[in-house]
Design a protein around this ligand. Sequence first.
Ligand code: URA
Length: 230
Amino acid sequence: MNLPREEILKELELLPVWKARHASAAKEASVGAVEKTEANVTANIAEMSWEALEAAVKNCHACALANTRTQTVFGVGSPHSEWLFVGEAPGAEEDKRGEPFVGQAGKLLDNMLAAIDLKRGENVCIANVLKCRPPENRDPHGEEVVKCAPFLKRQVELIRPKLIVAMGRFAAQALLNTDDSIGNLRGKLHDYNGVPVVVTYHPAYLLRTLTDKAKAWEDLCFARRVMRGL
Ligand code: URA
């Protein structure tokens, strides 16, 4: 029996046949589909509760860091905190323990917090721009920041902190969408989606550059003054 191709496909319930369009049109369509999917993901994140957001971070595979991380690092602290401290990305220790700033830099951060009457897990939230560790602690890539940004944005919307303290050049530049230097950004009040932002040095930098600890102390005093005036 020699059935025509259409008949065979019909018998196998494989109709209608999807024909590849012109290669460039097909590519355009797939790029469009990816953009649409990314827009959908961002829109979904923008509606999430704290718990849903934490689960979404845990299951995120939006960039290649998902392949090398041990676990994601969502952040620590109550979503009702008035203070939000933001760093760059988890390091080796954070990747192992699933909590931000638990290594050497974290010890210094805890001391800095104590100096202005803040305590991890009590009255301050700590998070990073990236939720996964870049391998070998390399600098985050632009694409990773873009993919991860909706998570921090939603964290800020849900926490609605009175003040954000951006720690280090990377966090400051990512939050404020600038390539200005830490030196220029310190000592001024900035804005992230309606939330005041103060910039200071990253604790890991302060461990290497003890002479700038006094400047970090000035930044914390400035942040406390701003907070009291809010
Ligand atoms: N450095 C960061 O920026 N974040 C961490 O969580 C740890 C080290």
